[in-house]
Design a protein around this ligand. Structure first.
Ligand SMILES: NC(=O)c1ccc[n+]([C@@H]2O[C@H](COP(=O)([O-])OP(=O)(O)OC[C@H]3O[C@@H](n4cnc5c(N)ncnc54)[C@H](O)[C@@H]3O)[C@@H](O)[C@H]2O)c1
Length: 317
């Protein structure tokens, strides 16, 4: 176990600070450091968060510096540039890849033994970038993947079926983005597969249609929230607490983090959201679920999409 459970958060924006706030309340970390390219923002966010100290479980919260990487347990990267007017996605990706690479270089310069958790988007591509730049074992560089999407999926099923979300086991796999898909073969309520649960549930009669609608809603969730309020941050904040908690407490939880595949599911050379056993060492094992032929095809399609983007990123300009 860790001597001191120190979590460094790079990026003091909406996602970084929502995560910090939730993590502090859970009492899972001894120390939370927050840094940002905008030093004033980091100072202000830390002060505001620290004023809750009398009411959190014991934790230290302070502005992070490069030296904090040296003894960090986990480094969570939420730093990123915003899309400028008229800027292409690829252009934004190139900017964010450069940001991630420079943070990874700083981490390496401090001989950090931490787990690196990438959150900035596009998360699967940036996880691959960080893994490549660091040269670390693949289990130590992971992305938040489809952990948030799977939480959205569980929530929507629980609402529709009017059943405790804790009894809903459901996974979104692949890219955290448009090519992600619902792995219905792995989805069940209290161990009862959906094909058998739906006829007895009584919540609806046209369940095939309703399930397809739920899967669509998951995919569109981020777009809806962004339309309403400009960004998503509370859901991802809690998803990060779940991932970081699994690492700090060596929980060996199965979570759909973004991890590098080298032959699993017949796919190589790409990071994407796949059920993985998470503990103190990061990704300990990838769970190779027996997907249906259609799900396997969707996973390969998602992998291909991401491989193409990764190639475009590295194409000579
Ligand atoms: N993976 C997911 O499920 C998920 C969910 C929501 C958001 N996100 C992503 O998380 C990222 C952060 O979102 P946000 O809403 O917090 O954005 P934000 O703009 O509020 O915060 C980003 C912060 O990064 C900082 N930054 C930029 N370059 C930096 C650098 N080199 N070093 C340190 N800090 C730097 C900026 O100053 C800014 O404060 C975005 O890329 C967003 O798309 C991912």
């Amino acid at each position: 176990m860790w001597k001191s459970r120190k979590v460094v958060i790079v990026g003091a924006g909406a996602v970084g600070t929502s995560f910090a706030y939730a993590l502090a309340q859970k009492g899972m970390a001894d120390e939370i450091c927050i840094s940002d390219a905008n030093q004033d923002l980091a100072e202000g966010q830390v002060l505001d968060l620290a004023h809750g100290l009398p009411y959190y479980p014991p934790v230290q919260i302070h502005v992070g510096h490069k030296q904090d990487y040296a003894d960090a347990s986990i480094i969570v990267i939420t730093a990123g540039a915003k899309q400028g007017p008229g800027e292409t996605r690829l252009n934004l990706l190139q900017k964010n890849a450069t940001i991630i690479e420079s943070i990874v270089d700083d981490v390496l310069s401090e001989n950090s033994q931490a787990i690196l958790l990438i959150v900035s988007n596009p998360v699967d591509i940036l996880t691959h970038v960080a893994l490549q730049r660091s040269g670390w074992p693949k289990g130590r560089v992971i992305g938040s993947g489809t952990v948030l999407d799977s939480a959205r999926f569980r929530y929507l099923i629980s609402q529709h079926c009017n059943v405790d979300v804790g009894n809903v086991h459901a996974y979104i796999l692949g890219e955290h983005g448009d090519s992600e898909f619902a792995a219905w073969s792995m989805t069940n309520v209290a161990g009862v597969p959906m094909a058998e649960y739906c006829p007895m549930c009584g919540a609806c009669e046209d369940w095939d249609e309703q399930l397809a609608q739920i899967a669509r809603e998951v995919k569109e969730s981020a777009y809806h929230i962004i339309n309403y309020k400009g960004a998503t941050y509370y859901g991802i904040g809690m998803a990060l607490v779940r991932i970081v908690g699994a690492i700090l407490q060596d929980q060996r939880s199965v979570l759909t983090v973004s991890t590098f595949l080298s032959g699993e599911y017949g796919i190589s050379n790409v990071c994407l959201g796949i059920p993985s056993v998470i503990g103190q060492a990061g990704v300990i094992k990838i769970v190779e679920a027996p997907l249906t032929a259609q799900e396997q095809q969707s996973l390969e399609k998602s992998a291909h999409t991401l491989q193409q983007v990764f190639q475009d990123l590295h194409a000579p300009r």
